[in-house]
Every structure is written in C-alpha cells, then in structure tokens.
Ligand binder design. Sequence first.
Ligand code: ADP
Ligand code: MG
Length: 147
Amino acid sequence: KHLPYFCRGEVVRGFGRGSKELGIPTANFSEEVVDSFPSDISTGIYYGWASVANGDVHKMVLSIGWNPYYKNVKKSVETHIIHTFKEDFYGEILSIIIVGYIRPEKNFDSLDALIAAIRGDIEEAETALDLPEHQKLKEDNFFQMTN
Ligand code: ADP
Ligand code: MG
C-alpha cells in the first residue's frame, strides 16, 4: 500500500555482512533515512529504480530487513543496483523508487541457496521493470533533480 515509495539519502557503511564478496554489494541507507520509512512497511525483498548522485537510473533490488547491529529492533534498507560501478560510492546520495514487492525475508540452508534466491530476485526485477507502467517511473521527475 506504500508503493511506489520515493526515497533519497546518503549511502553509509554497512555492518560487513560480506555482500560484496558474494558479488551482490548492497548500498545501505543511514539510520535517519530508515527511520523515516513507514513503520508498517513489510520486511522483504522489493524491486525498483535507483540513481547515484544524479547519475543514470538503473534497475535495483532492495531488502528491508532487521538490522543485526541494533539487535534487530531497527530496520535496515539495502539497495543492490543492477549495474557494475567502477568505484564504491559511500557518502553519495542514492535516490530510489520502490516499485514492487517480490517476497518476504527468508532464512536459507546454505550460501548457495541464498545466492540462487537473490539471482532469482534479480531476474524477477529485470522482467517486471520492463513493463511500460514501470518504465514511466524510470523517467519520473524525481530523478531529474539538479543542484
Ligand atoms: P556494506 O556492508 O558497507 O554495505 P557491501 O559489501 O554491502 O558493504 O558493499 C556496499 C557498497 O558497495 C556500497 O555502499 C557501494 O559503495 C558499493 N557498490 C558498488 N557497486 C554497487 C552496486 N551495484 N550496488 C550497490 N552498491 C554497490
Ligand atoms: Mg551493504
């Protein structure tokens, strides 16, 4: 019911869950940004659009989960942008539009099962975001910010 959800904020360091080692880096939003989310938004995996520092708009998958650093009382919001960047972008402003929901959070028996699930999420996001109704959001003025 909160979708599409528009959000902009700084990329901060995460708690090193080693997403990058899995080939799936996730850009973490600051605590302030996470606190600004609707408190009743479901945890789980979402898809949408993302732009770093007013750059090109790319497809993304996003996880809203419980933040182990805060003993799982606070949420974490992490965006994996479906694009290969030359460099990290800590400290940059990340703008996202959350467009759709894929699935709830799950625990996996193995790392391979986790990676397979994320690959599936990425495929689902890629397909869904090609729909004309979602392409429109890619062109949204939200991403045309100049400063
Ligand atoms: P952390 O625990 O600090 O979030 P990650 O292993 O999740 O570390 O890596 C996230 C960082 O990787 C991001 O903050 C960003 O600077 C960088 N990065 C590079 N490519 C991407 C991408 N395609 N999507 C998200 N983050 C990326
Ligand atoms: Mg991360």
